[in-house]
Design a protein around this ligand. Structure first.
Ligand code: FBP
Length: 439
């Protein structure tokens, strides 16, 4: 089928793909077979069934196809993500060589703005992210866990060593290396980032207007995991996708499309070393994870018939006296819940990644010694809350949807519970009961 006007030699047009046009026939009244664009290219049978994958969906290819689905997309976010994935690849290579390349151990200089000892890898990772983002031409403001102040990207004069530095339209908040306390013992660590677009008409120079914003205004968020493999999990507003780094190609390959958090899980993840400082709701929830009880009350909390007050109060020797009755709806449809398993790595990225895959709850609640919790809102909690909700999970402070928090300062903190929607709802009910009990 020849078209009315000669096709340009390029093989792509709006909706048709030139399947084959062998060189020796070019210009000699060539016959060309057109198939609808997007038709997958059949794998040559000559390669046999176990041939390696030849149609790789890399992070960049996938982001570009996502971008094409948004007519108004400028491509800037895609380019910004290219800089972020480069940073994650470089940090991954530093982490992989950490034990050999003398990049572990404490960095010189005092504690960082968080009052924490700073690891050399923290500083290296921060420099890698900062340099890659400020020269991407797509970032207006950069906020890092390692830097006290926000970095406002300005245009460097031509010819200056910094000439690549160009402000863009995005605000990037990031934790360049999360789980630093685990670096030198080879436990999984990660990087976390959240991306906002500057508000319409903003010149990107105001902290209050452009940076201290709730998670509901995030455009995209993601984390990289440096563990038995290097992974990158990303959401740009339309679900969550997971990619695995193929070190031989240096490419992130789509391996976990459309990730969904199971609605219930059998894992709870919390630093129990803080138990003495927890409030009643957290203590009750953790006890409930450890000593699940047969239902003693109906969904409205009314005691089930025939049970005496004592049974209602204490039905397990280790269950703290005065514990509230366990309502029927706190059990799965088998009537009893099995004790949940405790899993706690102490690297938020590793604990959250496991929660996304297997369900359950990751928690770092506020407590008596950290009334605002430990984890930082802008570059730890909000990006993870965005990803969690995009994957069908739930993220709360106990009393408030975490994504709705508007931080009042750059390194503000909050307590969180994140994970399987039904399990996190259980925590919220216990916080609500505690509030009701105060009235
Ligand atoms: P940084 O390492 O980036 O400071 O992150 C804080 C963090 O390590 C989280 O990754 C982790 O969830 C938490 O602190 C562990 O805290 P703790 O050692 O108190 O349990």
């Amino acid at each position: 089928m020849t078209s009315t006007h000669p096709e340009p030699p390029c093989a792509y047009s709006a909706n048709r793909v030139l399947l084959s046009l062998s060189t020796e026939t070019q210009g000699h009244g060539s016959t060309a077979a057109f198939v609808p664009a997007g038709t997958p290219r059949p794998k040559p049978s000559s390669l046999g069934p176990d041939a390696p994958v030849t149609d790789l969906i890399t992070l960049t290819r996938h982001t570009l196809s996502e971008q094409r689905r948004h007519a108004s997309a400028s491509g800037d976010l895609t380019l910004l993500l290219v800089s972020l994935q480069l940073s994650c690849k470089y940090v991954s290579s530093l982490v992989r060589r950490a034990g050999l390349a003398n990049v572990t151990g404490l960095a010189g200089g005092g504690p960082n703005i968080q009052g924490e000892k700073v690891q050399r890898l923290d500083v290296l990772a921060n420099e890698v992210f900062m340099n890659s983002l400020r020269t991407s031409g797509r970032a207006a403001v950069l906020v890092s866990e390692e830097d006290e102040n926000a970095f406002f990207v300005t245009a460097a004069p031509e010819g200056s060593p910094d000439a690549d530095s160009r402000p863009g339209r995005y605000v990037v908040c990031f934790d360049p290396l999360d789980g630093s306390s685990n670096i030198d013992c080879g436990v999984s660590i990660g990087s976390i980032f959240g991306i906002y677009r500057l508000p319409e008409g903003s010149d990107g120079t105001s902290l209050e207007r452009d940076v201290l914003r709730p998670g509901t205004e995030l455009m995209a968020a993601g984390y990289a995991l440096y563990g038995s493999f290097t992974g990158l999990v990303l959401a740009t507003g339309d679900g969550v996708n997971g990619y695995t780094l193929d070190p031989s190609l240096g490419e992130f390959i789509l391996t976990h499309p459309s990730m969904r958090i199971p609605s219930r899980g059998n894992i709870y993840s919390i630093n129990e070393g803080n138990a003495s400082k927890w409030g009643p709701a957290v203590t009750r929830w953790v006890n409930h994870c450890k000593f699940p009880e047969a239902p003693t009350a109906d969904a409205e909390g009314k005691p089930l018939a025939g049970l005496d007050e004592a049974t209602l109060k204490v039905t397990h020797p280790l269950r703290p006296a005065g514990s509230l009755a366990v309502r029927a709806d706190e059990h799965d449809n088998h009537g009893t819940r099995k004790p949940r398993s405790l899993r706690y790595v102490g690297s938020m990225v590793a604990d959250v990644h496991r929660t996304f895959l297997h369900g359950g709850v990751f928690a770092y609640p506020a407590d008596r010694s950290s009334p605002n919790g430990k984890l930082r809102i802008l570059y730890e909690v909000l990006p993870m809350a965005f990803l969690c909700e995009q994957a069908g999970g739930r993220c709360t402070t106990g009393l408030k949807r975490a994504l709705a928090i508007r931080p009042d300062k750059l390194h503000a903190r909050t307590g969180i519970f994140l994970g399987s929607a039904l399990d996190v709802a259980e925590v919220e009910r216990m916080y609500q009961d505690e509030e009701n009990a105060k009235k």
